[in-house]
Design a protein around this ligand. Structure first.
Ligand SMILES: C[S@@+](CC[C@H](N)C(=O)[O-])C[C@H]1O[C@@H](n2cnc3c(N)ncnc32)[C@H](O)[C@@H]1O
Ligand code: SF4
Length: 458
């Protein structure tokens, strides 16, 4: 599969990223903690039966100027202690509404930088989870780590606590780029660290890269890709730098540097896709790649891939997501519920009411049909209209009316051989998967083209 820059240029139009449907911008504050409790009780009898848990650690030792995540710089040990106590209190409170016959198949620690806090705190929280829930023996327990603060002993400790997946934020291997984004280089050789993790039994090891950062050039980014391939991680993510200075004003500190032009960013994207796919990596989603023998690549080939706010996962480990911590988003079959983002406000809410839900959204029957259709296209690139209509107890005519799908919406994609359409089944080709959100948008009845509302692919 050789991808051309022309293809991306043509489809580089502002459409939602579909990390969720409906998108987080639809969440509203009329959704209360009481609504969430009711939805948790409903989730006990909904699919998937498995439980996924997300733990948000907002702390970082140093603020990278490019970062778009919800982070709070290290404050005091006292504040971290208080936050961990809040997490434990929140888990114990929510757990009483979850049916204990259900098993945990996934725990994801994200941030911020979860490995910037003492591992003793991590163990405390994991101990609460283990005492509240039964874990499947194949449960994935994952942490997003910054390699700037990761020691070999930390890997031992994480393994002893039960972690079996690690993702490392590399972003770029060049010191000048790391300096420009105010980020420290990995503390240890990344190759040695990955080998050590593999030896300890960690699987699905992932490295994050970002293209579009200051001082990057197509040639320097190609070096990043080459170096990453040499390290042979199981998974690679290549994110397009999201410039959102209204959310993170620290991005303005980078104004003094030269950024790659949109054309150069396009080159970086296209070269990295072509390079990675020629070197043993498969396209998992728009910006995710995995080795052919990785669980995600296998799930992709057998159409059993799933996706939530924590990233891609397999049908086997997919669960309804119960999120804990500031800004955490729970993703149940019937609702989304997001916690307060601001650290102190989150802790005050937990201390007084044991909950910190700030906003959310209850999905209608129609929303669920649209969400499942979009998810299936985004993950597995295929949809059988008759089958999905049947699974949602509606007719084909109702499916078409609810999604407002019309073949004219994907005529250009069919012409460009990015989508194949046979009978009532649609299949996105390998090349089409790289612009898959342009396909998904054809099934979103609420999509209104708006240049300022959505990001472009690149
Ligand atoms: C929570 S961080 C990963 C863990 C750890 N804090 C670190 O930096 O290594 C999540 C990832 O989001 C990506 N990211 C953060 N800000 C971004 C931005 N503005 N644009 C694109 N990707 C971004 C980075 O690749 C980063 O590794
Ligand atoms: S990239 Fe990671 S370490 Fe840097 S500020 Fe963002 S969350 Fe923190």
């Amino acid at each position: 599969m050789e991808i051309s820059e022309k293809l991306f240029q043509k489809y580089n139009i502002p459409v939602p990223r579909y990390t969720s449907y409906p998108p987080a911008t639809s969440f509203h504050t009329n959704f209360t903690g009481q609504d969430f409790v009711e939805q948790i009780k409903i989730s006990n009898n909904a699919q998937p039966e498995n439980i996924s848990i997300y733990i948000h650690i907002p702390f970082c030792t140093q603020r990278c100027h490019f970062c778009g995540c919800n982070t709070a710089l290290f404050q005091s040990e006292e504040k971290i202690r208080k936050y961990i106590d809040c997490l434990k209190k929140e888990i114990k409170y929510i757990a009483q509404f979850i049916d204990k016959k259900r098993v945990v198949t996934q725990v994801s620690w994200g941030g911020g930088t979860p490995n910037s806090i003492d591992s003793g705190y991590v163990k405390e929280v994991m101990d609460v989870l283990k005492s509240e829930f039964a874990f499947a023996d194949f449960a994935e327990i994952a942490m997003e780590c910054s390699p700037a603060y990761l020691d070999f002993e930390d890997v031992d400790t994480l393994a002893a606590i039960g972690f079996n997946r690690i993702s490392l934020g590399i972003q770029d291997f060049h010191i000048d780029v790391l300096d420009a984004i105010n980020r420290k280089a990995p503390k240890h050789d990344v190759g040695e660290m990955l080998a050590y993790m593999k030896n300890k039994g960690f699987k699905g090891l992932n490295l994050d890269l970002v293209y579009g950062l200051p001082l990057q050039t197509p040639a320097s980014f190609e070096e990043n890709i080459q170096q990453t391939i040499e390290l042979q991680p199981d998974r690679i993510a290549t994110f397009s730098y999201a410039h959102i200075p209204w959310f993170n004003s620290a991005q303005k500190f980078m104004d003094k540097y030269t950024f790659p032009s949109p054309e150069e960013k396009l080159q970086m994207l296209v070269h990295s896709i072509n390079y990675l796919t020629k070197n043993g990596y498969e396209v998992i989603g728009m910006d995710h790649f995995a080795k052919q023998d990785d669980e995600l690549a296998i799930a992709k080939r057998s159409k059993k891939l799933h996706r939530n706010f924590q990233g891609y996962n397999t049908r086997k480990t997919t669960g309804q997501v119960y999120a804990f911590g500031a800004s955490g988003i729970s993703q149940l079959n019937g609702c989304f519920a997001q916690n307060i983002k601001q650290l102190d406000q989150y802790m005050n809410a937990i201390e007084t009411t044991s909950m910190a839900v700030e906003r959310g959204y209850i999905l209608s029957k129609e929303d669920i049909l649209i969400r499942d259709t979009i998810n299936e296209i985004m993950c597995n690139g295929t949809i059988d209209f008759v089958e999905i209509a049947e699974n949602h107890a509606c007719s084909l005519a109702e499916f078409l009316a609810i999604t407002k799908f019309d073949i004219s919406k994907i005529a250009t994609l069919i012409e460009d051989k990015l989508v194949e359409f046979t009978g009532a089944a649609l299949r996105v080709t390998d090349a089409g998967m790289l612009v898959v959100r342009n396909v998904a948008v054809a099934f979103d009845p609420n999509f209104v083209p708006a240049a300022n509302k959505y990001s472009t692919t690149i």
